[in-house]
Ligand binder design. Structure first.
Ligand code: NAD
Length: 491
């Protein structure tokens, strides 16, 4: 199949709201989606009002009982068809992500595979929803424990993984028998719009999935969150917005899943295989141009190998090509928007002013688009912004340390606890780190570990709940206990 043409692809992507199975215009003025590599407009997308947000929830509520009563096999088959279709359209989805978000095409293709795997995984989990049956200890009754769909869900996704963050929520919600309202990020709505079109095409009934795009995020979100009929909110995004949503969720005692920000430590011991550690950090830092919640944010390297490690990383970075993600060989695409470049530049200047050495990079890209060079900083001070905050850009700060104890302390000195990475050839040390680093996930001698079959999620200010794996579908069900008389009690 020839690679898709951008204009033809964009012409196929819906730009309206999807409510109750109908594509409808937004009642606010449409907003532009820009190509971050050029700043040019790709599409204009519907801008929902709060009343349209409520209409989307109305639609989800209307069909909730009907959808909950469908058989697990039926739901599984629909999801499986959606999986097949996304894989068939892999190049289209990849190109769409690259042009609206900026990641290089091979990475976007990787995200299509990763994102689609959530659909297949949860298609496979739907028929495996089971309960328990047993006697009370006293033998006076029998206990039936069943799993019920939690109810209408509000699913809010970020811009950095436009397909995977949507499938990771929509697929388990549907598999468990729930209807939903999806709100993608306004910077990158096109991929999710195209995915929802695929769900429509494969036969997901009207009202089961509703999609609203809006610039009035707070207005639309508040109306949905304050509605008594909503039962669950699943959010992936920044910690401050997540905290806000949790406060609102508390008012209605909603079930919540929160996948929030990270500040991953990447710890390299002197007994590590340094080449493996360099490969690992290149992946963990520069994938998605550093714009991942799992990105290595603080690279702690044992002092005896820190300069050598910095040198080897810089040698790799020197070969990175920067450009539009559609060009061959590009590793560093644009950041998502102009203000992201300003923020990264400010952080690098701050680190320099606090004594960091620039090993390579350290500049904004020249010309059009929102580019920042791949950058390696060494001897970074602990008070620097790059250490304290999520960088969300291609900047790799190296902080030397002396002892294992110090490495643990440094790794845990963050309010976040999402991802962590440790490189050591000493397996006992690796296991000690596994126990002691406060994070929901750890890569032990690996730089990328996301997988649909793995439980993804953080602790501390990085969130609550898990996505993917067996836990992922549990987030969309509640456990019901039913008592029945013991069958021998009336004999
Ligand atoms: P963001 O918090 O700005 O936005 C995320 C989503 O929330 C978007 O759809 C946005 O429109 C919406 N939103 C914004 N304000 C809202 C409000 N008041 N009410 C309801 N919704 C609102 O985050 P972002 O910039 O899109 O994404 C980057 C952040 O996401 C980073 O912090 C990153 O670490 C985090 N992230 C976490 C994970 C994870 O799994 N833990 C995965 C990817 C990204």
């Amino acid at each position: 199949m020839p690679f898709p043409n951008e204009a033809e692809l964009l012409a196929k992507v819906p730009t309206q709201l999807y409510i109750g199975g109908e594509w409808v215009d937004g009642e606010n003025e449409p907003f532009a989606v820009l190509d971050p590599a050029t700043g040019e407009e790709l599409a204009r997308v519907a801008n929902a009002t709060p009343a349209q947000g409520k209409a989307a929830l109305d639609a989800a509520v209307e069909v909730k009982d009907e959808w909950a009563r469908t058989t697990p096999r039926h739901r599984a088959e629909l999801l499986r068809k959606a999986f097949d279709r996304v894989i068939e359209l892999r190049d289209e989805f990849a190109l769409l992500m690259t042009i609206e978000m900026g990641k290089p095409l091979p990475e976007a293709q990787g995200e299509v595979t990763y994102g689609a795997e959530f659909i297949r995984w949860f298609a496979e989990q739907a028929p495996r929803i089971i309960g328990r049956y047993g006697s009370t200890p006293e033998g006076n009754a029998r206990m039936l424990v069943s799993k019920q769909p939690v109810g209408p869900c509000f699913l809010i996704t970020p811009w950095n993984f436009p397909l995977a963050m949507a499938t990771r929520k929509i697929a388990p919600a549907l598999a468990a028998g729930n209807t939903c309202v999806v709100k993608p990020a306004s910077l990158t709505p096109l991929t999710t719009l195209y995915f929802v079109k695929i769900l429509e095409e494969v036969g997901v009934p009207k009202g089961v999935v509703n999609l609203v795009t809006t610039r009035d995020t707070a207005g639309v979100s508040d109306v949905i969150m304050e509605d008594d009929r909503l039962r669950k909110v699943s959010f992936t995004g920044s910690t401050p917005v997540g905290v806000n949503l949790m406060k609102k969720a508390a008012e209605k005692v909603l079930r919540t899943s929160m996948e929030l920000g990270g500040n991953a430590p990447f710890v390299v011991f002197e007994d590590a295989d340094l080449d493996k550690a360099v490969d690992g950090v290149i992946l963990a830092k520069f994938r998605n141009i550093g714009q991942a919640c799992t990105a290595a944010n603080r690279v702690f390297v044992q002092k005896s190998v820190a300069d050598e490690f910095a040198k080897r990383v810089a040698a790799r970075v020197a070969d990175f090509k920067m450009g539009r993600g559609t060009e061959d060989g590009v590793v560093i695409g644009p950041l998502v928007e102009a203000k992201a470049v300003e923020k990264v530049a400010e952080m690098v200047e701050d680190a320099k002013s606090k004594g960091a050495d620039v090993v390579i990079g350290g500049n904004k890209g020249a010309g059009e688009g929102y580019f920042y060079e791949a950058t390696v900083l060494n001897n970074v001070g602990l008070e620097s912004q790059v250490v304290k905050e999520e960088i969300f850009g291609p900047v790799l700060p190296i902080i030397p340390f002396e002892t294992e104890e110090e490495a643990v302390e440094l790794a845990n000195a963050s309010e976040y606890g999402l991802m962590s990475y440790v490189f050591t050839e000493n397996f006992s040390r690796g296991q000690r780190m596994m126990d002691r680093i406060e994070a929901g996930m750890m890569g032990l001698n690996v730089g990328v570990l996301s997988n649909a079959a793995a439980p993804f999620g953080g602790v501390k200010m990085s969130g609550v709940g898990k996505e993917g794996s067996f836990e992922g579908i549990e987030e969309y069900m509640y456990t019901k206990y039913t008592a029945v008389p013991d069958p021998y009690s009336d004999q």
